[in-house]
Design a protein around this ligand. Sequence first.
Ligand code: SF4
Ligand code: SF4
Ligand code: SF4
Length: 173
Amino acid sequence: MGVDPSRRALLRGRLEYTPSLRPPWTRNEPDLMANCSQCGDCIQACETNIIVPDKAGFPRVDFQLGECTFCQACVEVCAEPVFHDPERTAPWRHVAEIGPACLGPQGVYCRSCGESCEEGAIHFSFNAQRVPEPAVDTEACSGCGACVSVCPTQAVTVGLPSTQHSTRLREGT
Ligand code: SF4
Ligand code: SF4
Ligand code: SF4
């Protein structure tokens, strides 16, 4: 049976446990907690330097530092059973989500996130009466995080698709 990460964090003396975005191809949180030696090799190997230690010393991805290129260096360098086989498994299911701090709905013109997206996954609504507002095509989004740090209001997050996110896409806004 897997280890409850929150319980393990508490046992290690941490009173609070906050789930972090883990490196791509990470199997799951319990496997990471049980098998990661906290050697830091994945942190050193990451070509965009987006992997940092979390408060407990486990690797997490910080998209404020850059984007994931899916180079697989983190996976290849890891000696422990932490990662899926990249040849057989998608890196993750994460996608970008644009939150209420986005400038568009507030009437301020900004297309920074869209301009940063090489996948063309961010589309802007066009309405003569309104400033363009972004929406993420979750089918096209790779979860690379390139759109996160460029947002002037930190409105973009990357994580598992939410119900709200899906609803907004279905509505085509
Ligand atoms: S796949 Fe490459 S760029 Fe992405 S987190 Fe791993 S080492 Fe960094
Ligand atoms: S390389 Fe593997 S064992 Fe080392 S810190 Fe990264 S995930 Fe943990
Ligand atoms: S996470 Fe990457 S692919 Fe997805 S919308 Fe942002 S820049 Fe585009």
